[in-house]
Ligand binder design. Structure first.
Ligand SMILES: Cc1cc2nc3c(=O)[nH]c(=O)nc-3n(C[C@H](O)[C@H](O)[C@H](O)COP(=O)(O)OP(=O)(O)OC[C@H]3O[C@@H](n4cnc5c(N)ncnc54)[C@H](O)[C@@H]3O)c2cc1C
Length: 405
């Protein structure tokens, strides 16, 4: 059945990517975004392996590459700034620590939005206030007062998804904090930073500081992380968050004092716990959740965007292949996607553990099993098949041929 009406919540990465594929498979798509316009900002996000294939299949390879950050690589340093290890963007075929496709979240969101805006209805500054589903459809009341009926509703509204809370249960049931807090803010580039990211880790306390180049070369992005088993600072109380950051960074060496000196005059500041979302099922009747809302792997996996891009292709494909039957379509999607998600969530947890404080008197850590880690990374980057979906409608039949990862 073509013309199936689908409502997607959230216009960041997962929402517009899903809208692209739903439209191509013949659905009528509406995206509702709570923010009054497309949200700019965010750090760099990466596309590796099969996610690059997904971008190619969308026909967006050139547009995404044109908007890349052009970071050339990264190096780790000791407290005196001596280089310990170097990682280049072309290491591991562009799928390494600094990916060949590294793009600011806001820029990727813009590329996906521009690509879909002529075929998809976008509603900004609104959200779902009420939802009731029956066997044939879902009735929606928007906060702005409109009432409409859709065949399917899919929440791509991020880690703190309101749709998930409305249909599946409270956040605490699904959001797993990994015991690490992440903060970032921009600073004047008085450090001579040029297309290279510098990272300092204090293994003893489990804290790290990092400086990243950004498009505006007169500035740079400072990032800090520190372990925190519990966390009770209100996410709207920025002054308290800054106090917490200063307190926790006391005594951390390298450029930390110079970076923190800019904390109060930085125009942007973000601090939050690193968390994942774990759900037994990503759908309930005609309502599904998708992207970070369903399976956030955390920024520490470096793969949240990849999961959204790959998942968008598969979810739209499986729903269309099932004739838009929600039960069959959502189930087939989960079957294809779940082990790929789990590998990426494991990478996120391992990364946090690798930063864990060792303490001055700690026993030396056992040697890591490199063969197992290599196998896990390969599964996290390439461990899912993208079927051709020949025979399904494709409104852009002549799209660019897929690139091979
Ligand atoms: C401002 C911002 C900055 C980010 N920065 C980074 C970063 O630096 N590094 C990183 O790895 N990841 C970052 N992320 C997360 C990253 O975008 C995701 O991991 C990944 O790309 C998957 O995205 P998503 O679309 O599922 O979720 P998100 O990118 O979180 O997007 C969710 C979208 O839903 C909207 N929304 C929320 N509630 C509602 C509602 N009730 N109704 C309608 N819309 C709603 C939000 O405004 C947002 O646009 C950031 C996300 C945002 C929104």
């Amino acid at each position: 059945m073509s013309g199936t009406k689908v409502l997607v919540t959230g216009a960041s990465i997962a929402g517009p990517a899903l809208a692209h594929w739903l439209h191509r498979r013949g659905a009528e798509v509406t995206v509702v975004e709570r923010a009054p316009s497309l949200r700019p900002g965010g750090q760099a996000v990466d596309a590796r392996g099969v996610a690059k294939d997904a971008i190619g299949r969308m026909g967006l390879d050139a547009a995404v590459r044109a908007a890349r950050t052009e970071t050339e690589g990264a190096y780790t340093v000791d407290a005196d700034g001596n280089v310990l290890e170097t990682f280049r963007a072309d290491d591991h075929g562009g799928d390494g620590y600094i990916a060949d496709i590294e793009i600011l979240r806001g820029d990727l969101s813009r590329v996906l939005y521009d690509d879909t805006r002529d075929h998809v209805e976008y509603i900004f500054g609104d959200r779902i206030a009420d939802l009731t589903q029956d066997a044939d459809g879902v009735d929606i009341t928007f906060a702005g007062g409109d009432r409409r009926r859709f065949d399917l509703v899919i929440g791509a509204d991020g880690l703190h998804s309101a749709l998930r809370a409305m249909v599946f249960g409270p956040h605490e049931q699904f959001v797993r904090h990994l015991g690490l807090v992440l903060a970032f803010f921009s600073v004047p580039n008085e450090f001579g930073l040029d297309r290279w990211l510098i990272e300092y880790q204090d293994k003893e306390s489990g804290r790290s500081a990092l400086l990243r180049p950004i498009a505006d070369a007169t500035r740079a992005m400072a990032m800090f992380s520190f372990p925190a088993a519990s966390f009770d600072v209100d996410y709207r109380d920025v002054a308290a968050q800054k106090r917490l950051l200063r307190e926790r960074m006391t005594g951390l060496g390298w450029l930390t004092p110079q970076l923190l000196a800019h904390l109060d005059d930085s125009p942007d500041f973000y601090l939050d716990q690193v968390a994942q979302v774990v759900m037994d099922s990503w759908s309930s009747g005609r309502v599904g959740v998708f992207g970070d809302a369903a399976f956030s792997s955390s920024p520490m996996s470096g793969q949240g965007t990849g999961l959204a891009l790959v998942g968008a292709y598969l979810l739209a494909g499986e729903l269309a292949a099932a004739g838009w039957d929600p039960q069959a379509g959502f189930a087939a999607f989960e079957q294809r996607m779940r082990s790929f998600v789990e590998a990426n969530q494991e990478i996120g947890r391992m990364h946090v553990q690798s930063l864990n404080a060792s303490g001055a008197d700690a026993e030396p850590a056992p040697e890591p099993d490199m063969a197992a880690i290599t196998e896990l990374v390969e599964r996290a980057i390439n461990g899912v098949d993208l079927p051709g979906y020949e025979g399904l409608p494709d409104s852009r039949g002549a799209a660019a041929p897929p690139t091979t990862p």
